[in-house]
Design a protein around this ligand. Structure first.
Ligand code: PMP
Length: 425
């Protein structure tokens, strides 16, 4: 008799729901239920499930060429580079196509070390950069990094905690830091700068996320990144911005977090929303950085696969044409405002934070977060969980999430938080 088949690693919703088909912001399970998707395949389905424009582009591309590997020039890759270059600063002109966010961050770290000849990389203690050996080494979160991945060539700076900082302007009734009312002077960056000073001459660069996603939607206040940029410049470090989760309009305001927060990266890592869920990752850098890797063979068989590239072109076009960056900003703010009103009386809700459609609800414990996520699931709303203590609920829907959907999501979350199963435990 054949053995029963199991997945290699544990999944979150083991045995709960089998996704059969999907459309826009809804996933239909094989038992006929329709779930409002406020998690978008972990922040990846930027322009909605089975987006007809992405699908048409993919179908057309499959009929032309499905794979040829990176050993040949590829017309569709060139078209994507041309389209994306219009959105990027001019100096970011070198592209390396890969399959995933992990591969992108891994390559970025290799590049920082190779260009500088220096071993040490600085990362944030709650950052997440992937599942390959090197991207795991620069990941700070304990849960995602068993001891075997500890690497003494990586140093971790403390993650900013604006709620605990007077400059964060935390409003305890609304459970939010009120943006724009104060500018960060970078007090929490002092340990990072001291670290850089102590290890002077050995550090190649920083890798960071503009909003820490898996770490629990940690959103440093206005001014934080300018201060960090000053440290990078002063010590002549290389800056890698990991836009795997924040990219392609998720934060609202700009296509990328580094543009919104006025960072000047040498390297940018992209994946997730880049191709609406089709597997693709991309590293973009300036010429000087890329020259460090030229002549050294780097290869990714499936990197920038033509079908994924066709999805990426259609995704970018759709985002621009339908003003989804603006929608992420407006709908995200509406959702956060509504959540902070509705949850203001809930003791177990500690903070609501986020930018655009990357929203986190910090709860008092992993138990509360699990209970709320399960309650939402029962009420047919899909959300996620993050944070080192796994106590932060994550809301990261497709960027075309409508105001009505935001209302529906806020109502369900509020009902679950107010239900006896959460309130009385
Ligand atoms: N960087 C960040 C910021 C991420 O959120 C993730 C995935 N959650 C990764 C890298 C790794 O991406 P992937 O799962 O595509 O390898």
């Amino acid at each position: 008799m054949k053995p029963e088949l199991f997945h290699f690693v544990r999944r979150y919703h083991e045995g709960k729901m089998s996704a059969e088909r999907a459309e826009n912001c809804t996933i239909y399970s094989s038992d006929g239920k329709a779930y409002l998707d406020a998690y978008a395949g972990v922040a990846s389905v930027a322009v909605g499930h089975c987006n007809p424009e992405v699908n048409s582009a993919v179908i057309a591309q499959i009929g032309k060429i499905g794979h040829c590997s990176n050993i040949y020039e590829s017309d569709i890759q060139r078209r994507y580079m041309q389209a994306l270059s219009k959105e990027l600063p001019e100096n970011l002109s070198r592209y390396f196509f890969v399959n995933s966010g992990s591969e992108a961050c891994d390559f970025a770290c290799q590049t920082m070390r190779t260009r500088s000849g220096k071993p040490l990389i600085v990362a944030f203690s709650d950052g997440f950069h992937g599942g390959t050996y090197l991207s795991k080494s620069v990941t700070g979160l304990d849960m995602w990094k068993p001891a075997v991945f500890e690497d003494d060539r990586v140093i971790f700076a403390p993650t900013p905690n604006c709620r605990e900082c007077p400059e964060g302007n935390f409003n305890s009734r609304l459970k939010r830091c009120i943006p724009g009312s104060s500018v960060c002077s970078g007090v929490c960056l002092v340990p990072a700068e001291e670290m850089v000073q102590r290890k002077q001459g050995q550090i190649c660069g920083f890798i960071l996320e503009p909003v820490l996603g898996v770490g629990g939607i940690i959103t440093p206040q206005q001014g934080f990144f300018q201060r960090l940029g000053n440290i990078v410049e002063k010590h002549n470090l290389i800056l890698t911005v990991d836009e795997v989760q924040t990219g392609f309009g998720r934060l609202g305001g700009k296509l990328f977090g580094f543009q919104k927060h006025e960072l000047k990266p040498d390297i940018v890592c992209m994946a997730k929303g880049i191709a609406n869920g089709f597997p693709m990752g991309l590293v973009v850098s300036d010429e000087k950085t890329s020259l460090a890797m030229s002549g050294k063979f780097n290869f990714s068989t499936f990197g920038g696969n033509p079908v994924s590239c066709s999805a990426a072109i259609a995704t970018l076009e759709f985002i621009k044409k339908n003003s989804l960056i603006e929608n992420a900003a407006a709908t995200g703010e509406k959702l956060m405002a509504s959540l902070s009103e509705k949850l203001s009386d809930i003791e177990k809700c500690i903070e609501i934070r986020g930018e655009g459609l990357m929203i986190g609800i910090e709860t008092d414990s992993n138990e509360t977060a699990n209970t709320v996520m399960a309650g939402c699931f029962e009420k047919l709303l899909l959300i996620g969980i993050g944070g080192n203590k796994r106590n932060i609920l994550r809301i990261e829907p497709p960027l075309l999430f409508s105001p009505d959907m935001a209302d529906k999501a806020a109502n369900i979350i509020s009902e679950v938080f107010h239900s006896p199963i959460v309130c009385q435990t």
